[in-house]
Ligand binder design. Structure first.
Ligand code: G3I
Length: 541
């Protein structure tokens, strides 16, 4: 199938920037999604997706589908996922991602065929001939599987083959096969999928430096030998504490070799916690990357490595750093979202209109340490991007929707709160009217905590106990244990009990209500339960 036919079938020409540039752009509106603006500019805007949240979180699916016209599998197409044992292929995660892209009119960038990381030890232990054959077989099977699918547009054929000084990485591939494995991998990929754009991908190659110059020289040399290298991927794992690389100049020199360039794994980390100054710097980095790609006609688009701080590789790898993406952990849009949006839309719109004032929040489900607030949503000339809940000048929580669950509140405390709405340009609404609610005493009474322990369990039942510990002296105590359905408490001691559905409230017995400061008392009970395994623990209030 020709590249143009594949592009038309996929409903986008984003992978063909030179062709796309002569087509009339569809006008986009200021409030449109990222993908609408990117499509209007003949580029893709993409995200890496992980299979678990894709299967389990509807907010994740909704944003991934609506805001991006390109996706990359964060892990599901790597060697350890697709061929964990020799010739035993598993495409469940990869197929899941392909199906999502097909359903949402997105192109897929395959990541990655040959890498030193996330490659099983059975590969690493092979001798030279067997290793070369295993590599060619892997490429044939994995790239070959999606070769006839018009959604699959490109592959990272080799990933991270350079050391920082520009020498070839001393990986097991290099040690066993020398530099020939790179050309062999590209040839095998072309044979497996003749239409896909074939990329070499790396990090720290965004600016002009020793590593990117080595990459430039390798790409030029491979192409001179007719090795099918079509594209250069600049991962772009950036950090605000380091300077911004001269990415446009670097992209342009690769483009001048005749290759496509793309930003493949953009994120911009910071030392956490976030604040407005760091967010603003991060937003500028995102904006600059997108603008560089827009300015280089052979840059096909920008893929962000995830989109929500809820799911990001950064905190696991760089302790103390994170908040690298364009949505926060609750799927609220960050200033970096607005920066990407406005860069794609062609500059910051002149929007100074604030959102309307949100409704007075209503408190419900108030417990000793939590409450739910709900309010009437604001409207905006562009889009409301989220809300902040304040107690005086202290921000208690943020939310992408007109409701939030507050946690970590102090028992027996009055909270007077108000809500402020934000829009995509950073305008904020007036404060809503305030509402006041008071948290009740914690478990057992003022200054007491209740701790549950499973003592014993058997088929059909269990024994539990709760220790009530008090910081200051009390003369009575009370605590409620709420279980999932299927649990019933049939017997108790050292307490009096009342039940309401699955909530069991225990008060002191006549003889153990008095607990001195720093003291504790324990009561016990027998429960029946119709499940198997470990009996469920109760929620304690
Ligand atoms: O799936 C297992 C799970 O079963 C297990 O319980 C858990 C325990 O640690 O690990 C899970 O696997 C993790 C996997 O991500 C999926 O979450 C691996 O440990 C973890 O190492 C792996 O990290 C990935 C990393 O590549 C591996 O090197 C990150 O998600 C992924 O974002 C990252 O992506 C790379 C690009 O492929 C190449 N460029 C750099 C980029 C960032 O490191």
């Amino acid at each position: 199938m020709s590249a143009i036919r594949r592009a038309i079938l996929a409903g986008t020409l984003a992978a063909l920037p030179v062709v796309a540039a002569v087509l009339p752009a569809t006008p986009a509106h200021a409030s449109d999604t990222l993908r609408a603006h990117a499509e209007a500019r003949g580029k893709f805007i993409g995200t890496a997706v992980a299979t678990s949240p894709l299967a389990n979180e509807s907010a994740y699916r909704t944003i991934a589908a609506s805001e991006f016209n390109q996706i990359t599998a964060e892990n599901a197409m790597k060697w350890d996922a697709t061929e964990p044992s020799q010739n035993q292929f598993n495409f469940s995660g990869a197929d899941q991602i392909m199906a999502f892209a097909e359903a949402n009119g997105q192109q897929v960038h395959g990541h990655t065929l040959v890498w030193h990381s996330q490659t099983p030890s059975w590969v690493q232990n092979l001798g030279a001939d067997a290793m070369r054959s295993a590599m060619q077989n892997h490429i044939a099977r994995v790239a070959g599987r999606y070769a006839s699918n018009p959604v699959l547009k490109s592959w990272d054929v080799v990933n991270e083959v350079f050391e920082e000084n520009g020498s070839l990485r001393n990986s097991f591939w290099y040690q066993r096969l020398g530099d020939s494995y790179i050309a062999d991998a590209f040839r095998a990929a072309r044979a497996a999928d003749p239409d896909a754009k074939l990329c070499i991908n790396d990090y720290n190659v965004e600016g002009v430096n020793a590593k990117s110059t080595a990459m430039y020289n390798l790409v030029r040399s491979l192409r001179a030998q007719n090795v099918p290298v079509d594209c250069v991927g600049m991962q772009s794992h950036l950090a605000i504490q380091y300077g911004f690389p001269n990415i446009q100049e670097n992209m342009q020199r690769f483009a001048d070799l005749g290759v496509e360039v793309r930003v493949t794994e953009l994120d911009v980390r910071m030392q956490t916690p976030r604040n407005t100054t760091k967010d603003a710097t991060q937003a500028t980095y995102y904006s600059n990357v997108v603008k560089a790609c827009l300015a280089v006609s052979r840059c096909s688009g920008v893929t962000i490595w995830g989109f929500t701080d809820r799911h990001s590789w950064v905190p696991d790898t760089f302790p103390g750093e994170g908040a690298a993406l364009i949505y926060d952990e609750n799927y609220g849009k960050k200033p970096s979202y607005t920066a990407v949006h406005d860069a794609l839309a062609g500059g910051a719109p002149d929007d100074t209109t604030p959102p309307s004032t949100p409704g007075r929040p209503a408190a419900s489900a108030v417990t000793a340490t939590g409450a739910t607030l709900t309010w009437t949503a604001s409207t905006d000339n562009r889009a409301v991007t989220g809300y902040d809940v304040y107690r005086g000048t202290t921000r208690l929580a943020s939310s992408a929707t007109n409701s939030v669950a507050l946690t970590g509140l102090t028992p027996e405390t009055a909270y007077t709160v108000h809500v402020v709405a934000r829009d995509a340009a950073g305008n904020t609404s007036a404060n809503s009217e305030t509402t006041t609610f008071t948290t009740p005493a914690g478990p057992g009474g003022t200054g007491c905590t209740a701790t549950y322990r499973l003592v014993n369990s058997w088929q059909g039942g269990f024994q539990g106990e709760v220790t009530v510990k008090c910081a200051s002296a009390v003369t009575s105590w009370r605590t409620t244990l709420t279980y999932p359905s299927g649990v019933n408490i049939t017997q108790n001691w050292s307490s009096t009990m009342s039940a309401s559905g699955n909530a069991f409230t225990f008060s002191n017995a006549p003889w153990n209500g008095t607990v001195p400061a720093g003291g504790s008392t324990t009561f016990g009970f027998i429960g029946s339960w119709n499940g198997t395994g470990t009996p469920p623990s109760p929620a304690i209030s």
